[in-house]
Ligand binder design. Sequence first.
Ligand SMILES: [Fe+2]
Length: 334
Amino acid sequence: MKESAEIPSFRRRDVIKTLVFSSAALGTGWPGRAVAASPELKFGKDGVHFLAVGDFGTGNAAQKQVAERMNEFAGKLGSPLAAVLALGDNFYNHLEPARFGPGFEEMYSKEHLDVPFYACLGNHDYGPSYDSKQGRAKADMQLEYAKANPTSRWKMPAKWYAEEFSAAGKPLVKIIYLDSNNFEGALTPQEKVDQKRWLEAELKKETKAKWTWVVSHYPVFSDTTKRKDNQGLIKSWGGYFQENPISLYLSGHDHNLQHLQVEGYQPSFLVSGGGGAKLYEITDTGRGFSRPILGFNHIHVNDERILVQLIDGDGNRMHAFEKSHKGDIKILKA
Ligand SMILES: [Fe+2]
């Protein structure tokens, strides 16, 4: 079926399912419970596996802890990982090229994490406000490191880009990476215009991939007490998430783990900002799961469904769900 013929019916169904899901979720109160359980590790040979982690660039013990849990998880997973989605704030504070070794290459063990890390830029990845002594922009340094070291796992081909992942030789998921750093000193006015034009063209482009996800640093919706929803992003990108069959929006920035379903919006909104920075408090808005915990996400996607597991810093599964093409959400037992 052509994409242009498929979208309208998909969109209607998805909005309806989201509404049904939202009211059901409020009734059962699933967001309020967080019971630790062992993650699912046994999967068939189909589909593609990813990990996602954000706000990890501290170099501290918490980053190390989460990095070790990610390596352990990948080691126990009976299937190969395709990639790690790195959700920004990759390096806090002063950045110099020598930090890529201890802060990335050695931090994330090649034992079981020998896969590309597709990264986007967070607010702390921009300078010179965060890197006044170096005289080189932190963002440029990360882009240059990827370019100069093509054999490194560090992948950042541009500030915004798209990658398709295939299973059994067929395109399965298209991931669109965006730069949501709209503050002074980050994206220039021209870059903002260019990115918007590129995104609109990318969303219109025909793809054989069955799923489309968007990755960026800032959450659109968030239960973080001191931040809440990002009204600027709702205004600039909200329409895209209402009108296009985007099934996941992955972000970091808020230092906690969240899965929110928001009425009228197609993606499941994931915040995976538990990579190692100081945690942020949550105010439960009844839209899903949110916890101030360290950790990362595991995502398995196949032709039929997406499975997402939120894993904490001790390796426990704190929340998990499946999502179908129609937008049905099934919360899995913790
Ligand atoms: Fe951030």
